[in-house]
Ligand binder design. Sequence first.
Ligand code: ADP
Ligand code: VHF
Length: 371
Amino acid sequence: MREKIKHARRLVVKVGSALVTNNGAGLDKPALDDWARQIAALRAEGRQITLVSSGAIAAGMQRLGWTRRPQEMHKLQAAAAVGQMGLVEAYEDAFSRQGLQTAQILLTHEDLSDRTRYLNARSTLTTLLDLGVVPIINENDTVVTDEIKFGDNDTLGALVANLIEAEALIILTDQTGLYTADPRKDPTATLISEGQAEDRQYEAMAGGAGSGISKGGMITKIRAAQRAARSGAHTCIASGRETDPLLRLAAGEDIGTLLYATSSPLQAKKQWLADHLQLAGDLVIDDGAVEALRSGRSLLPIGVVDVSGDFSRGAAVCCRSLSGQEIARGLVNYSASECRRIARKPTSAIESLLGYIGEAELIHRDNMVSS
Ligand SMILES: Nc1ncnc2c1ncn2[C@@H]1O[C@H](COP(=O)(O)OP(=O)(O)O)[C@@H](O)[C@H]1O
Ligand SMILES: N[C@@H](CCC(=O)OP(=O)(O)O)C(=O)O
């Protein structure tokens, strides 16, 4: 199984706050130098590496002399603005010593849910990689609101892996991998060497963040592996404090935890749809429509019993069963008010109800992905 990482040509490496800031003590420059050295060696083998780095808030807090992570959004955003400066400066220094150029990319979830901006982000990133530059990505913490945030950088790392169709996502953290329980709380917990990313049993083993400066914890890493697997990327969770973790993983060595992808990759557009963290509204559908969607057919207005949200044509919406379960998500051909008018009606009635001939389907199967 470890051969999967050995043969990966395009990789995303995510490093967490605890590592980058040495548990909040300030930017760990020797650690940054060490990752830059390993990444330079991987580049020299012809691999393309994108780095997703946390640490802006933790570094900003340290620069501002704050010892406790504030609760207020504006203070966190201010700390991120201060810390991001130091973070990219330190990375630029570290990579330039290896003869590599870097580029800073700050993203919000809104950037990736808008199709045009998503495609722009993808072509900029792949151009940078082709130029031999190492992109360094973080969430654009200074402008995000709850509605448009990824929330944690494990999720961001997975979405970036999907965006650039990377073959591997390597998450470096402060533990040697995924354990059967949080090793900080359960000393009998044992390391899991590998398993299927889609295997639901791992979620139950994973707890929250290990320190006050990190955000995600192990659960977001497991979910990141599930997300990355949808585009065929395999995920490794390993310690950033071991000797040469990136080089050893890339050589196929059995360290950390490998959560491998098993299902065939979703088509790129469907992948983009699946990666939407927020949807514009809900279409509640009857049992017949649930069955139609599950067998890969389009959604027709007749199967829709209720519509919630205020969305326009082309928005990404959720299709839910009568019991509230998410069945699929897709790009809708009609606005929310039009959907309400044609819900429960046969396709033949669309023209007389709306006054124009639109698409026969409310959501075409090419624009839909099952959940
Ligand atoms: N099953 C588990 N296996 C390993 N670590 C776990 C597990 N459950 C919770 N954790 C915690 O997750 C922490 C790593 O996540 P986090 O603190 O968010 O780090 P990072 O800043 O690298 O994202 C570990 O320090 C550990 O305490
Ligand atoms: N964008 C934030 C990252 C927060 C975060 O997700 O941290 P972590 O759980 O350590 O990966 C920052 O740079 O501080």
